[in-house]
Design a protein around this ligand. Sequence first.
Ligand code: HEC
Length: 160
Amino acid sequence: MKSLITTLGCMVLLLISCGGEKKKIPNNPVPTLENTRQADLKKSIRSEAGESKANDKAEAQEESTMTKEQLATAQKLIDKYKNVSLDNAKKIFKSSCAICHGFKGNMMINGAKDLTKSKISLKESVAQVYFGKGLMTPFKGVLKDEEIIAVSKYVETLRK
Ligand code: HEC
């Protein structure tokens, strides 16, 4: 009888410790490519389900990771090159961006965002192109400032 109680006690302890272990698994795993994809997938499933904005609030904050300074720089560049010609923008997009975004912007290679479904402002786009974000490399110094404005404006024309 005593050993039975001990065995039961052990099992209970084991169960409790297992439960405790489970809780220790981090909620926010390291942002690997796979996790990013899953997060994107979850997001799109949720937006298809038409869930309330309250739920997306956290996500929205997460998305706007560009700093105020970066956004201010972006705005300055937009103002400075507001009359930039888009003649070369398609060419720039093909040579610098299509490797991840595809020629039509919807390829999403390397976790890239679908640009045809993008809803972000020009300022946010310019900031991301200029300073980079996540797996997207920064184009500051790689492309000329006016080219960054032109290609960011061109990207908006890819939206459906
Ligand atoms: C190395 C692959 C890669 C290249 C090259 C690349 N991008 Fe990206 N791009 C990404 C990734 C990855 C994201 C998503 C970043 C994130 O949110 O973490 C992204 C996101 C973006 C976004 C934001 C879309 C949104 O709705 O959030 C824009 C705009 C964008 N890219 C434009 C460009 C432009 C313009 C170029 C070329 C000058 C370019 N990208 C080149 C990988 C790339």
